[in-house]
Design a protein around this ligand. Structure first.
Ligand SMILES: Nc1nc2c(ncn2[C@@H]2O[C@H](COP(=O)(O)OP(=O)(O)OP(=O)(O)O)[C@@H](O)[C@H]2O)c(=O)[nH]1
Ligand SMILES: [Mg+2]
Length: 422
């Protein structure tokens, strides 16, 4: 199987906790605070690797977490930072946030690094809370939680040239003749079920990458045939080779075929339909092909370059390859990743700092900032609880709760932790 999509969960390491400690020195009856900070959590990092061709590694393991930071130590020593988790992905992988549909990154180069989930910072130790009014703070912070996301990965192969056309027109035969690719070739439709890539060597060490994109028929944009399953692999191709069975051996009209597939490309992505196209009139060895070729040239020679070939005998292939090698350098690589509609989700994010929701007698406070404070507070430290109360006041949450009608003894929930309102 060819795995070109995956959905995975990534989480950066949590920061280590800051601690409460005091110096104990000879002759110093009350040493100052000396609790060290926690270490940073590790990041989850993707690295582009041109040696990989599929996303199969993500098929079986779907959860990736980086190391947490160590807790701080006495004598003002910080905890050790967590190790990064480094994952290799094929070049050509587009990374989406599965929740919002946003593109996080497009990995197009070998060695390109993308942090997909940052580790949390370490919590501060009590030494950092010393002030003029508090010489002996007994509070510290827990580490910040690491970022977490569900990601969708989509591989869009990086090929220079994409072969498209109806089933059985000879796409796989062509790629097998001009490169070392060994796709299955047979006289029935949908022989090829996954895209094949081949490197075509020209001369003087020059080469380009060709992809055989299978499964296109009329209605592909509505899911017919293999649907759009593989069209995403043409999105990055610079040049499209539109292969026709010019002999019309299946009782189809090559001109009609060309129009149908070009329409399918346009329906999938208008940008794709604007890519330069070369028409490859294949199977010229079959009797009757000549007539169709003349008709094709008559109607299309102003719009397309037409190359008559026979993949079976090899006739015309060399000529085609030289032509491609000549024109490719002048065609710029498509830089934008065109996103199908399903990905165009607008990110809905509240611009309020927090929101209060009432469920029966429970007041639920939601908001990234305050939820993070809850996670970083040690509620068994009196001073930390005191600091947390000040944060509630400073952020205006206290006042908002009162405005929402909260009374003594009611319960408040933030980030899964329940408090009594006093
Ligand atoms: N006579 C002749 N037959 C050819 C030529 N090119 C391909 N064929 C035959 O046409 C049939 C289909 O070829 P494939 O290369 O499998 O076609 P495809 O376009 O990859 O087909 P799908 O994978 O089903 O989309 C096979 O039987 C090939 O041997 C040619 O130039 N001349
Ligand atoms: Mg094929």
């Amino acid at each position: 199987m060819f795995y070109d999509r995956a959905k995975i969960y990534v989480k950066g390491g949590d920061g280590g906790a800051g601690i409460v400690a005091f110096r104990r020195e000879k002759y110093v009856p009350e040493g100052g605070p000396s609790g060290g900070d926690g270490g940073r959590g590790g990041n989850v990092v993707f690295v582009g690797d041109e040696g990989l061709r599929t996303l199969v590694d993500f098929r079986y393991n779907r959860h990736y977490k980086a190391d947490r930071g160590d807790n701080g130590m006495a004598k003002n020593m910080s905890g050790r930072s967590g190790e990064n988790t480094v994952l290799r992905i094929p070049v050509g992988t587009v990374i989406f946030d599965d929740g919002t549909g946003e593109v996080i990154a497009d990995v197009t180069e070998h060695g390109q690094r993308v942090v997909v989930a940052s580790g949390g910072r370490g919590g501060r130790g009590n030494a950092r809370f010393m002030s003029n009014t508090n010489k002996a703070p007994t509070l510290s912070e827990n580490g910040e939680p690491g970022e977490e996301h569900w990601l969708r990965l989509e591989l869009k192969l990086l090929a220079d040239v994409g072969l498209v056309g109806f089933p059985n027109v000879g796409k796989s035969t062509i790629i097998s003749k001009v490169s070392a690719a060994k796709p299955k070739i047979a006289d029935y439709h949908f022989t090829t079920l996954v895209p094949n890539l081949g490197v075509v060597d020209v001369e003087d060490g020059e080469s380009f990458v060709m992809a055989d994109i299978p499964g296109l028929i009329e209605g592909a944009h509505t899911g017919a045939g293999l649907g759009h399953e593989f069209l995403r692999h043409t999105e990055r191709t610079r040049l499209i080779l539109h292969v026709l069975d010019i002999s019309g051996s299946e009782e189809r009209d090559p001109l009609e075929d060309l129009r149908i597939i070009q329409d399918e490309l346009k329906l999938y992505s208008p940008a794709l339909a604007e890519r330069p196209v070369i028409v490859v009139a294949n199977k010229i060895d079959i009797p009757g092909a000549e007539e169709n070729l003349e008709r094709l040239k008559g109607e299309l020679k102003d719009r397309y370059e037409i190359f008559p070939v026979s993949a079976a005998t090899g006739e015309g292939l060399q000529n085609l390859i030289y032509h491609i090698a000549k024109v490719l350098p002048d065609i710029s690589a498509p830089t934008i990743v065109t996103l199908p509609d399903e990905h165009r989700v607008t990110k809905v994010k509240s611009d309020k700092r927090f929101e209060i929701r009432k469920e029966n007698d429970l007041f639920i406070v939601e908001g990234d900032e305050i939820e993070k404070h809850v996670k970083m507070t040690f509620f068994d430290q009196e001073d930390s609880v005191y600091r947390f109360q000040n944060i509630l006041k400073a952020m205006g949450i206290d006042a908002a709760l009162v405005a929402a009608g909260i009374n003594e003894g009611d319960k408040v929930e933030i980030a899964g932790v329940t408090f009594d309102w006093v």
